[in-house]
Ligand binder design. Structure first.
Ligand SMILES: *[C@@H]1O[C@H](CO)[C@@H](O)[C@H](O)[C@H]1NC(C)=O
Ligand SMILES: *[C@@H]1O[C@H](CO)[C@@H](O)[C@H](O)[C@H]1NC(C)=O
Ligand SMILES: *[C@@H]1O[C@H](CO)[C@@H](O)[C@H](O)[C@H]1NC(C)=O
Length: 309
């Protein structure tokens, strides 16, 4: 037997075994986040969420990883995106919208791609497309917002529909936008090392709602950050917000007020989209109830790094 043949006969059975063990063996839409762990605190993705419906995606664009998302195939929307915050060094880009080829073909190129018209039927079946959002009365809400990303390429990479959920304009350009700006300000003023952010969507608890009968609408947005290394001279007003803090934002003015109360004094276009800030443990408790999963966002607990700079 030639050398080449003997190699084949040895790898063949292994290859079949890997296929049998569960699907794709190549590509970035893999079984886990092993190619993009740097976007998680202590290189540990959240624990407690486990379902065959969830698909980890290492978000790759222009041959580089930019962030990570956990995609829910049936919802055609991410549960969360995880990233390290780095203030934008320019404007919001004029980026084209992209999709994830590997959600349609497990062996496709491991990079997000711009939509082509007509959109391939396998793409339409496997994920959200721009048509889903058109006339839906929902905006395309970034989980990882482009202005939290440094370079032009980093920012362009956030324009993939696998980082997007249906978000009401009143939230997206109202209180949720203010929260994103506040987190950015806190990072600039107080963090002395990386800030790990995880931002996600919380579906309705009983009757799931959809746009275009295809993409799941979140009742709430949520976000948490972990900044282990921060200034020792924090002002009293932000002390409870370090090393970690979280928030939940309303995406439906008609929701009850148990999770986030409504301030009736805000102007009508933003009313009912309030954001409530809270400790990470409080958010984890709410998510645990909603998702029926004991989710832990930051490797158990985000802890202060006592290095003195
Ligand atoms: C953004 O790109 C579109 C399409 O390429 C173009 O029509 C538009 O003028 C651009 N806008 C800006 C502000 O560059
Ligand atoms: C969007 O809102 C308008 C005005 O309230 C309404 O007439 C229309 O049915 C809504 N469209 C969808 C898809 O819900
Ligand atoms: C704490 O921060 C220092 C300085 O950035 C870093 O070198 C060190 O690895 C950090 N320690 C931990 C436990 O993350």
């Amino acid at each position: 037997m030639s050398r080449r043949n003997s190699l084949l006969s040895h790898t063949g059975p292994l290859f079949l075994l890997l296929l049998w063990l569960g699907g794709p063996v190549t590509g970035e839409v893999a079984q886990d986040f092993s190619h993009c762990l740097e976007f998680f605190y202590n290189k540990n993705p959240p624990t407690g969420v486990s379902s065959a419906e969830y698909q980890p995606i290492c978000q790759r664009y222009k041959n580089q990883y930019h962030f990570a998302s956990l995609y829910h195939r049936e919802h055609r929307a991410p549960l969360y995106s995880a990233y390290t915050l780095s203030p934008a060094d320019g404007r919001r880009p004029n980026a084209t919208w992209k999709y994830e080829p590997q959600l349609s073909y497990s062996r496709a190129c491991p990079e997000m791609k711009s939509f082509h018209i007509p959109v391939d039927q396998n793409v339409i079946e496997s994920q959200a497309v721009l048509q889903d959002y058109r006339y839906s009365n929902f905006t395309k809400g970034h989980l990882n917002p482009s202005m939290h990303q440094k370079t032009k390429e980093n920012r362009e990479a956030t324009f993939t529909l696998t980082n997007i959920v249906p978000q009401r304009a009143g939230s997206n350009s109202g209180p949720w936008n203010s929260l994103e700006n506040e987190v950015l300000r806190k990072f600039k003023a107080f963090c002395q090392g990386p800030m790990y952010v995880i931002t996600g969507a919380m579906p309705y608890i009983s009757k799931t709602r959809w746009i275009n009968n295809r993409v799941c609408v979140p009742e709430y947005m949520w976000s948490a950050y972990c900044c282990p290394l921060y200034r020792s001279d924090l002002p009293e007003s932000v002390r409870q917000a370090f090393p970690a803090y979280a928030a939940v934002g309303r995406n439906d003015p008609n929701s009850g007020e148990e999770i986030v109360p409504v301030n009736m004094k805000v102007k009508a276009t933003k009313r009912g989209y309030d954001v409530r800030q809270m400790p990470v443990e409080t958010l984890e408790g709410i998510l645990e109830q909603r998702l029926a999963a004991p989710i832990r966002l930051f490797d158990g607990l985000c802890q202060k790094n006592n290095t003195i700079l």
